[in-house]
Design a protein around this ligand. Structure first.
Ligand code: ATP
Length: 311
């Protein structure tokens, strides 16, 4: 059922066109993703891979050139579809003359939280993010880590079902990161879906259950991290594999990554490796190598986001 997904996109595409030149930038290209409700999902990619544009498309801050996005089964263009979403943008600029309390009061009102409810919730959320003693201090005095935690309280104040965070710990020191992590961990019990854009691999690896890696606007790899990084496994690298055979192999649950010579197919067991090899041969493909593997998200990221720099 479509409502089981917090986010669904179908062939989402964004081309930025300049008014002054013929240059086009394809920031997001044919992205079809499904984020199950209640999970923690990380979107990784190098600078400029299209992560922020993807989030802006979900929130309709920019309009797609093609494709569609749904939030909890509803067309993202409907304001009601976006109501259960909390958002912490990258490089936000909250008005610095406001106090922490004033900022939450202002944005809480914009999110439709009634005055009486704000009065009750704001101290609760300031406490949650460890800023209780800073409530009456103007936010121009806040450190980067404190601003991010205040931003998190802002994104949570209307009790969203989906929290979208764009580089939440960028520029935050390790203590501040741990604080943010503590708040996010607490959301799991409440069933909140958390979608994080990040280029911090360790953060995504330790926090998220699912990951998608964007490369030049396209999804290069997507899936459950535990499957993608199955501790021990086998990598079959092959060339000249017809697309139909790759689709068949992907259907059987194997992960497929781009490789210099063609593709690398990651499977968990020796039997699966043998089946993959048989399928490739039967389809006329060439086996380049077969290797036992252990991998980290960093390996996966380098291979998919920066194949030219991978070892
Ligand atoms: P970063 O990690 O640096 O934030 P990102 O993965 O979030 O990068 P985007 O900010 O979505 O990537 O940018 C994707 C591409 O689209 C880049 O080439 C960027 O220069 C371009 N781009 C983004 N916004 C605009 C815009 N408003 N007009 C034109 N091009 C844009």
């Amino acid at each position: 059922m479509t409502g089981d997904f917090a986010i669904e996109t179908y062939g989402l595409e964004k081309i930025y066109r300049s008014r002054w030149s013929a240059r086009e930038i394809r920031a997001v290209s044919s992205v079809s993703l499904r984020v199950p409700a209640g999970v923690k999902y990380g979107l990784l990619g190098a600078n400029g891979a299209g992560k922020t544009t993807f989030v802006k498309l979900l929130l309709t801050a920019v309009h797609p050139t093609q494709g569609e996005a749904k939030l909890f089964g509803r067309d993202a263009r409907e304001p009601e579809a976006r109501r259960p979403v909390g958002y912490l943008p990258e490089n936000h600029r909250f008005p610095t003359y406001l106090t922490g309390y004033g900022m939450l009061d202002f944005y809480g009102a914009l999110s439709g939280v009634e005055a009486r409810e704000r009065k009750r919730r704001i101290p609760e959320f300031l406490e949650l993010v460890g800023l209780k003693d800073w409530a009456e201090v103007r936010i121009k005095k806040y450190s980067k880590g404190m601003l991010q935690r205040l931003g998190l309280a802002q994104a949570l104040l209307h009790r969203p079902k989906l929290l979208i965070l764009d580089e939440p710990t960028d520029g935050v020191d390790p203590v501040g990161r741990r604080e943010i992590r503590r708040v996010l961990d607490g959301l799991k019990e409440q069933g909140v879906t958390v979608f994080i854009n990040s280029h911090l691999l360790s953060e995504v690896e330790s926090f998220c259950e699912y990951v998608a890696i964007l490369r030049s606007g396209r999804v290069a790899v997507e899936g459950k991290i535990s499957n993608l990084l199955a501790g021990r496994g086998y990598r079959v690298t092959a060339s000249d594999v017809p697309a139909a055979a790759l689709a068949d192999i992907r259907q059987s649950g194997a992960s497929i990554l781009p490789a210099d010579e063609g593709v690398t197919i990651q499977v968990t067991t020796r039997e699966e490796a043998n089946v993959v090899i048989d399928k490739i041969r039967a389809a006329g493909g060439e086996i380049e190598s077969v290797a036992a593997s252990t991998s980290s998200l960093e390996d996966l990221f380098m291979k998919t986001a920066h194949p030219d720099k991978a070892a």
